[in-house]
Design a protein around this ligand. Sequence first.
Ligand SMILES: *Cc1c(COP(=O)(O)O)cnc(C)c1O
Length: 802
Amino acid sequence: MFSDKDAFKEAFLKKLEMTCGKSFGESTEKDRYFALGQLVREHISTEWINTNERYRIDKEKQVYYLSIEFLLGRLLRQNLMNLGIENIVEEGLHDLGIDLKNLEEIEVDAGLGNGGLGRLAACFLDSLASLNLAGHGFGIRYKHGLFEQKIVDGYQVELPEQWLRNGHVWEVRKPDLAIEVPFWGHVESWKKENGSLAFRHLNAELITAVPYDMPVAGYQTDTINTLRLWSAEPAPYPVNKDILNYKRETEQVSEFLYPDDTHDEGKILRLKQQYFLVCASLKSIVQSYRRQHSSLREFHEYVSIHINDTHPVLAIPELMRILLDEEGMSWEEAWNITVNTISYTNHTTLAEALEKWPIRIFQPLLPRIYMIVYEINERFCQELWQEYEGDWTRIENMAIIAHGQVKMAHLAICGSHSVNGVAALHTEILKLREMNQFYQYYPDKFNNKTNGITHRRWLIKSNPLLTKLINDSIGNEWIREPEEIQKLLAYENNPAFLEQLSVIKKKNKERLSEVIRKQAGLQIDPSSIFDVQVKRLHAYKRQLLNILHVLYLYNQLKENSSFSMPPRTFIFGAKASPGYYYAKKIIKLINSVAAKVNNDPQTRDQLKVVFLENYRVSLAELVFPAADISEQISTATKEASGTGNMKFMMNGAITVGTLDGANIEIKEKAGDENIFIFGLTAEEVLKYERQGGYNSMEYYHHDNRISKVLTQLTNGFFPDTAGEFEAIASSLLMENDQYYVLRDFDAYAKIQHKAGLAYSDQQRWLKMSLRNIGTSGFFSSDRTIREYADDIWGIRSSHIKV
Ligand SMILES: *Cc1c(COP(=O)(O)O)cnc(C)c1O
C-alpha cells in the first residue's frame, strides 16, 4: 500500500483528514496515533485475507491456542517492525515533524492477562506467525483488563483499567460471525430411529459472542494470523426477561479479567467465562473447518486445539457434544477425535491453583456439558478399574468427578493426547509427584516444553541499542535463528566490545532513571547496581526475602562502620491480586522500607529502593534492558518456569536465583560461573514437605540479622505502621514460614554479597553479561513453538516467502 516514505506520508495525511476531519495542523497526537494505527491495519488487510485464503485452499492443519489471558501490551511498534515498514513510517513522520515515539506512548496496553501465563500466549502468537505456522489465538475481549495500580501512602489502590476508552485500532468487529452460547435451561432426550439417544438443550439463556479479530503479523513474512477475542452481548431476541437486567448480566461475562492466576476465585461468573470462550471458539473453528470438509471424521488431522492451562478445558466436552449431538457420531469415534485434537499445558504445581468446580454450580449452568463430563468420568473410572482392580483409593484420586467436584486438570489429562509442563524441573515434578498416578497410567502423554519469550519484543523492540551492537558485530541472522546469537561469544575477550556493552547498559539505566524520576519523583544513580524484581506479587515468589535483605543491608550501613557495599538500587514492580491480603502487606512493607532508606542521608547514596507503580508490558520493556541483577528467588519447586528470568538474561542481566523453574536451564546454558545460585533445592524442599523438620523459630533465635529485621516489622521502627506487618511476622514465625524465607536468608545474603563483589570487577561482570546474552537464544519462543509444532501439533511451515 505504501512502498516508500513519500507514499506513506501522502496516505497518512489523507487518513488523518478522513478519520478526524481536521487539518494536519489542528490534529492532536491522539488523532495522529489513531490515523496511523488505522492506516497500518488497512495495510495489513490484504495479506491477512491472502493468508486465510491460502490456509483454506491448501487445507493446511490449523492450530488454535485457547487462552483465558493474552497479555499483549502495545502493538504499534511491533506491527511496524514485523511488517518491515518501521523505517519508512518513522522517517515519514519525522519529515512531518512527528516523533513516532510520542505516538507510541498514546497506545494503551492491551492488558488482558495477569502475568506470565498471558504473556506467554502473546509471545506464542508472535512466534507462530513469524515461523509461518498456521496458529491462531482465541480469548475474551474483556472490557477491563488487569486493574491499573496506584500507590497511595504505600498501599496499592486498584483502578478499573480502560483500554477501550478510545476504541482499539487493531481490532475488527465481525458481528455477522456472532455465535450464541447457551447457559442454564435443561436437557431433553429421546430415542432416535436407530435406537440411539439424542439430546436437546431447552430453555437456555443465550448470550451472544461477538468476535473482534486482531491481525497477528509475522516478522517480515507475509503470514498474518488471527487473534479472535469474544465480546459478550445480549442475544437479539431475549425471552421472558427483564431486558435491562438481562443486558447487564450478559455483558458481565466479558466485563472483567479475573485478577488472579493462582487462586480459584470460585465464582459462577468465571465458569461462565470459560464456557463462553470455549463454546464460541469451537463453533467458530468447526464452521471454518466445514467450509473445506464435508464431515468431521478427520477433524483431528486438520485441527489442533491447545488449551493454555485448564481454564479452557471445557473444549473437551464441548467438542464431544458437537460430534455426538450435532454429528451423530458414536461415543468411541467422537472420543478418539477429541483426544487427538486437544493438547494441554499445565502451568502450576500449587495445589490451591488447580481448578475444581462444585457440581451444584456446574450442573445447572451447563446441563448438557455436565452430562458429557459425567459420562467421560464413568468410562474413565471403568478403564482404571480394568487396570487397577480393587485399588479404590487410586481410582478415587484420579477420578474427574469426586466429592461433589469436577476436577478440571483430571479432565484435561484424560481428554487430551499431550500434557506438557513448562520447564524441565516442573515437568519432572508433575511426573513424579503432583500427577504421578496419571503419569503411570499415561506415560506417553507427558512431555516438557520449556517456555520462551519472543526476542523480537524483548530484545529487538525493547533494547534497540543492544540490537544494533549485535547486528553490527555478527550480522542479523540471529533474528531468524535466535540461537545464532551465540556467535557473540567470540567477543568475550574483546575489550572494545565489552566497553560498548557497558555504555549501552548505562544508557538503558539512564532511560529507566528518567522514567522513575518522572513517575515517582525519585532521583536514582545510574551508576549504582540496578537490582530488579518485577513480577506478580505472590508469597512463593518471595519478594519478602528480597525486602528483608534490603532492611538488613540498611541496618548494616547504620550500625557497622566497617561494612561497605557498592551502591545499589533495588527496584520492585508488582501487582497484588485485590483480594490477596498478605501480598498487599508486602507491597506496603516494600514502600515503608523505601521511605525509610531513601530519606536517610546517611545511607541514601549507597542504598535506594524503588517501587514502580503499575507494572505492565510497556513498563517492563524499559525495565529489562536496564537491569544488572535479575531476582528469581522463588521457593524451589514453586515457580513452574518463569519467563521474566529469560527477558533479563537476554538483556544481559545476571540472575540471582534459586534452582527453580527455568533458572536451572538458564544456569545450564549460561554456565555455573555466570549465574548466582543459592538456597534450598527442589529435593530439599520436597523432603521438608514430606518429612517436616523445618522450624523457622530456630532461624529467628540463632540469626541476629533475622531477629533484628523481624523485630523492626512490629516495634514501631516504621512510623505509623502499628499492627501493619503483624501478618507478615506471624506467617514467618507462628505459621512456620511456609516458603522458607528465613531458611534461605543466610544463603541469599551471602550470594548477594558475592554478586556485589563480582560487579565491582567490571571486566568480569561484562563477560558474565555477554555470556548470558550469547546463550539466551534457546529461550526464544521460536524454539519453544517449533517444539510444540513438531511434537504436539504435528504442523510444519509449508509456506516460504518468495
Ligand atoms: C514476563 C512478564 C511477567 C512474568 O514474569 P515472571 O517473572 O516470569 O513471573 C509478568 N508480567 C509482565 C508484564 C511480563 O512482561
